[in-house]
Design a binder for this molecule. Structure first.
Ligand code: DC
Length: 217
């Protein structure tokens, strides 16, 4: 317990959060948790059950019988590994507006806090340093130029064999950033005590090293 550390990595889409967090987790031999994947899992459940997230009663009923987990790089919805379907445009488009709903954020925040209770974790998301672990030992906020973020995201999707063109990816990304940073409940925000890193002109190795240098100091 004494040596447990929590590392928060927040920032907008495409800033390199998950790539860097995974590398740091490997180096430190601790768990990596992708909280965006958990919001995406809720979006999958909303689609599958045909639930309207604005219908508070129906949403509460759905959330009561919903279990989301992220473990060893995989995303689980009610015990089923749904990792393969959480990055489709349909799920991406729904994950952002539905994540603005307080009932959904309360549920996932509880799960995320429980995940970091007994072991060391590095968690990436939008509200880890501000809400999930305001007392995290280390907080980072990654940013990058929008064109560079959109280019990275386009390449990532193309490498997975998905059809993606730069302009569409950039427009979707900007739309999500706007929604995520302007929602009234727990928006994307840099924690006052987070270290901001602009990854625009840095390699994965360079960003990873800059985090590790802070953590190991
Ligand atoms: O990190 P991502 O792009 O996979 O996240 C998908 C959506 O989930 C994102 O548009 C906003 C939301 N999200 C959030 O509100 N809070 C988090 N901690 C993580 C993601």
């Amino acid at each position: 317990m004494e040596n447990r550390i929590r590392i928060a990595v927040d920032g907008p889409a495409g800033a390199g959060k998950s790539t860097i967090a995974k590398e740091v987790a490997k180096e430190l031999n601790i768990d990596y948790i992708d909280t965006g994947a958990m919001y995406r899992a809720i979006a999958v459940k909303l689609i599958r059950t045909g639930t309207d997230y604005n219908d508070a009663e129906a949403l509460a009923k759905m959330l009561e019988v919903t279990d989301v987990d992220f473990s060893a790089g995989k995303t689980y919805l009610d015990g089923e590994d749904i990792s393969g379907i959480i990055r489709t445009p349909e799920v991406s488009a729904l994950a952002s507006p539905s994540s603005a709903i307080p009932a959904i954020r309360y549920k996932l925040t509880d799960l995320q806090q429980a995940m970091g209770e007994r072991k060391s974790v590095i968690m990436d998301g939008r509200d880890i340093g501000t809400v999930v672990f305001p007392d995290a030992e280390f907080k980072f906020y990654l940013v990058a130029d929008p064109d560079i973020r959109a280019k990275r995201r386009t390449l990532e999707l193309q490498e997975k064999g998905e059809a993606a063109d730069f302009e569409t990816v950039k427009a979707d990304m900007m739309q999500r950033d706007l929604q995520d940073s302007t929602r009234s409940f727990r928006p994307l925000k840099k924690a006052d005590d987070a270290i901001e890193i602009d990854t625009s002109n840095m390699s994965i190795e360079e960003v990873t090293k800059s985090l590790l240098d802070v953590i190991r100091k």
